[in-house]
Design a protein around this ligand. Structure first.
Ligand code: HEC
Length: 372
């Protein structure tokens, strides 16, 4: 209601005056990390022509609260990659559209690197060849190795401060897990416009070791698809004080009854050492509707995603690290909708669903980026 009144007043009072000069920086801030050439979103909103051609869609998606994708409810913690677009920004964009998308010259657009949201990378590594996901497959998981010689770590350890993914096919790549040996170190999803660790914290690429990059594809149709993913690495300028790694909260014995539309599964995870938490990436499939995470003993969930949108996944990066002491417990909960009300339910004939990463079953997996 509040949003509606604010929008209505703003639209009535200002619709006549708003031009592309005011709208462009807002689309740039809230949309163009994804909506420009080569990025995960369709359409390019960086130019007047590009944005005004899709003005009705922009209005519809903003009013419907479908874009930008950010489903975390207000939290006691702040997220550095929050896409919770402020009401005034929405009002200005709608004013521009309702006033007839008047032109004007923006003055304050930041210069973007054409390919990478985090700027020019220090190193780009890529899949050696394009990968084909065949028509009959929904989920396909492949791994490629990047040798120490390529990483420049054949003679000494190297440290990475930030990572960005760039699939060539935005409809296929779902998320990626980076490992050194068998140890997972970093996790990114297709809607992450890059993940950056705070200053003084880094991912270690140990001397002489290769990096393996596991790509999880999720195909939304029964057509053959191809992709070649690139990964940009940004090296730390100084040796970091703390090292980042990945821990997984998972529950393998989920059982989601056929037809259940609010089926909860819960698990908890006790810290095995004193750590700081930097980011959370929940990985679920088509039935998850609601995902929550909190510190045991505290009242509020610090992450509560509802609705969970499998096709718009991203990590949630904390603006300030959350200290978690050894023995402290995180409680995780997911609610699944295995009924016909769920438009994404892949089963026309409902059946019980268990843990499997295949597009037909479900997962319970939450990756935590921590440092110590
Ligand atoms: C984090 C990435 C991201 C951000 C930020 C984002 N979008 Fe999107 N947007 C997407 C993706 C991905 C899709 C495609 C959805 C799909 O494939 O189901 C999409 C789809 C859309 C569509 C529908 C396109 C169609 O196919 O009809 C519109 C309109 C849109 N976005 C507008 C916006 C606007 C306006 C903003 C900013 C206020 C915004 N988006 C911010 C990723 C993003």
């Amino acid at each position: 209601m509040k949003l509606y009144c604010c929008l209505l007043t703003a639209i009535l009072c200002q619709a006549q005056g708003t031009t592309w000069r005011e709208a462009a920086p807002l689309l740039d801030r809230w949309c163009n990390g994804c909506h420009r050439a080569g990025q995960v979103g369709p359409f390019d909103f960086t130019t007047y022509e590009g944005a005004s051609a899709y003005a009705p869609e922009i209005a519809r998606y903003i009013i419907g609260n479908k874009m930008p994708p950010w489903r975390a409810k207000p939290s006691p913690l702040a997220f550095s990659n929050s896409r919770a677009i402020p009401e005034e920004a929405i009002a200005t964009i709608l004013n521009w559209i309702n006033g007839g998308t008047r032109p004007g010259t923006p003055t304050t657009l930041p210069k973007r690197n054409p390919q990478w949201n985090l700027g020019t990378p220090d190193l780009v590594v890529a899949q050696p060849t394009e990968h084909t996901v065949f028509a009959e497959k929904t989920v396909d998981i492949i791994t490629f190795e990047v040798r120490a010689e390529e990483l420049g770590s054949q003679l000494e350890d190297r440290f990475v401060q930030a990572i960005e993914l760039r699939p060539s096919n935005r409809n296929l790549l779902h998320h990626a897990i980076l490992r050194v040996g068998s140890t997972p170190i970093a996790a990114l999803a297709m809607c992450d416009n890059g993940v950056r660790l705070p200053a003084g914290i880094g991912w270690k690429l140990p001397k002489g070791k290769s990096l393996s990059i596991e790509l999880h594809y999720f195909k939304r149709n029964l057509r053959l698809g191809r992709d070649l993913t690139k990964v940009a690495l940004y090296f730390s300028r100084q040796t970091p004080r703390r090292l980042a790694s990945l821990v997984e909260i998972t529950k393998a014995d989920i059982r989601i009854p056929a037809g259940a539309n609010l089926h909860p599964e819960k698990t908890s995870f006790a810290m095995t050492s004193n750590v700081q938490l930097h980011a959370v990436l929940p990985v679920f499939q088509l039935l998850a509707a609601d995902v929550r995470l909190k510190v045991k003993g505290q009242r509020d969930f610090f992450l509560w995603i509802e609705p969970f949108e499998h096709h718009l996944m991203s990590s949630y990066q904390l603006a300030r690290p959350l200290p978690l002491a050894k023995g402290e417990v995180l409680e995780a909960q997911a609610i699944y909708d295995n009924s016909t009300q769920n438009p994404y339910n892949p089963h026309q004939k409902l059946r019980e669903v268990r843990f499997a990463e295949n597009g037909l079953d479900e997962t319970f997996r939450i990756w935590l980026t921590i440092s110590q």
